[in-house]
Design a protein around this ligand. Structure first.
Ligand code: NDP
Ligand code: MG
Ligand code: MG
Length: 340
């Protein structure tokens, strides 16, 4: 069984009085910086001049260049896109990593796949919320918290674990629970989850269902409600009470259809391919392809992104959502960022 830590098990004093540099002010960066600041910690954000710099400033955060923030901080959390971390680390962070400082991540990719090798005399650990950054911020403001993982790669000072727990408490993750793991387990399970279930699996399932209905002559708007919009309502029930709660709320007819048709759609062949995807993650095949894709200037990524944006489900969805402004009430930030 997993070892879990909650707010009452954690003493955050070890992190008080230390300066925490949040490098990057994107999805995770803005959430960590603002949550830590409101939890009473000393935070500086390090980013290059531009949109993120201006956003941090507008949010009332102390903001500097990456090098300046890394230089003055005791704890440096790298919240840049994974594929950019190596270059920024080498140029603007490594020169300021004196003995006894702490280097942090929110995902183990660069350490686990050998892209970044920190000096032996610094602490290296990760605190990874199990949710999108905008929800890490939103839930914190609501008094809730997205659960998180923490892992220690190097404990040079003997304080790495206490620092990780204090940080996790500061961003609100200990309200949901902090689970102890390793860089290897965090990296491999995070990549698998997003590829097979959360992002890759879910979008392909929705898309295939939408296309099946539209190709059979049903109205696209109805297909959107049925396969995308309602999925959130169903997932909310699973989130609140597991599969049984969802099955309690839907009709017995829906529940019977779930039992007999579900395994025809997601069968053993799907699981076999999930295992192939997991193998590609474990043996480094996925990491090599993604690093190469970035070195090539992202030709395939760009193609996939365009194709996704041009799919009929996005066009139909945009029109229907415009008639349901309540969906995004109080949540404009993410939608605005996507539209920008
Ligand atoms: P984002 O893409 O949202 O963050 C981008 C930020 O990095 C922006 O502030 C951007 O600034 C800055 N940046 C990019 N390149 C540079 C550069 N060369 N120099 C300085 N700043 C730069 O990242 P995420 O928040 O998605 O991911 C951060 C980390 O968190 C990753 O390790 C990821 O795996 C992990 N993670 C992410 C989750 C998520 O919800 N997204 C969930 C859990 C973990 P600018 O505006 O100037 O481009
Ligand atoms: Mg991830
Ligand atoms: Mg994840």
């Amino acid at each position: 069984m997993a070892t879990m830590y909650y707010e009452q098990n954690i003493n955050e004093d070890v992190l008080k009085g230390k300066k925490i540099a949040i490098i990057g002010y994107g999805s995770q960066g803005h959430a960590h910086a603002l949550n830590l600041k409101e939890s009473g910690f000393d935070v500086v954000v390090g980013v290059r001049p531009g949109g993120s710099f201006d956003a941090a400033k507008a949010d009332g955060i102390d903001v500097k260049t990456v090098a300046e923030a890394a230089q003055e901080a005791d704890v440096i959390q790298i919240l840049l896109p994974d594929e950019r971390q190596k270059a920024v680390y080498e140029a603007e962070i490594a020169p300021y990593l004196q003995a006894g400082k702490a280097l942090m991540f929110a995902h183990g990719f660069n350490i686990h796949f050998g892209q970044i090798t920190p000096p032996a005399d610094v602490d290296v650990f990760l605190v990874a919320p199990k949710g999108p950054g905008h929800l890490v911020r939103r839930q914190f403001q609501e008094g809730a918290g997205v659960p998180g993982l923490f892992a220690i790669h190097q404990d040079a000072t003997g304080q790495a674990k206490d620092l990780a727990l204090a940080y996790g408490k500061g961003i609100g993750a200990a309200r949901g629970g902090l689970l102890e793991t390793t860089f290897k387990e965090e990296t491999e399970t995070d990549l698998f989850g997003e590829q097979a279930v959360l992002c890759g699996g879910a979008t392909q399932l929705v898309r295939a269902g939408f296309e099946t209905l539209v190709e059979a002559g049903y109205q696209p708007e109805l297909a959107y409600f049925e396969t995308l919009h309602e999925l959130k309502l169903i997932v909310d029930l699973m989130f609140e009470g597991g599969m049984a709660t969802m099955r309690y709320s839907v009709s017995d007819t829906a529940e019977w259809g779930d039992y007999v048709a579900g395994p025809r759609i997601i069968d053993e062949t799907v699981k076999a391919r999930m295992k192939d995807v997991l193998t590609d993650i474990q043996d480094g095949t996925f990491a090599r392809r993604w690093i190469q894709e970035n070195e090539n200037g992202r030709p395939e990524y760009t193609k996939f992104k365009e194709a996704g944006a041009n799919h009929q489900i996005e066009e139909v969805g945009a029109k229907l959502r415009a008639m349901m402004p309540f969906i995004n009430e109080g949540k404009e930030k993410v939608v605005r960022e996507v539209a920008a």
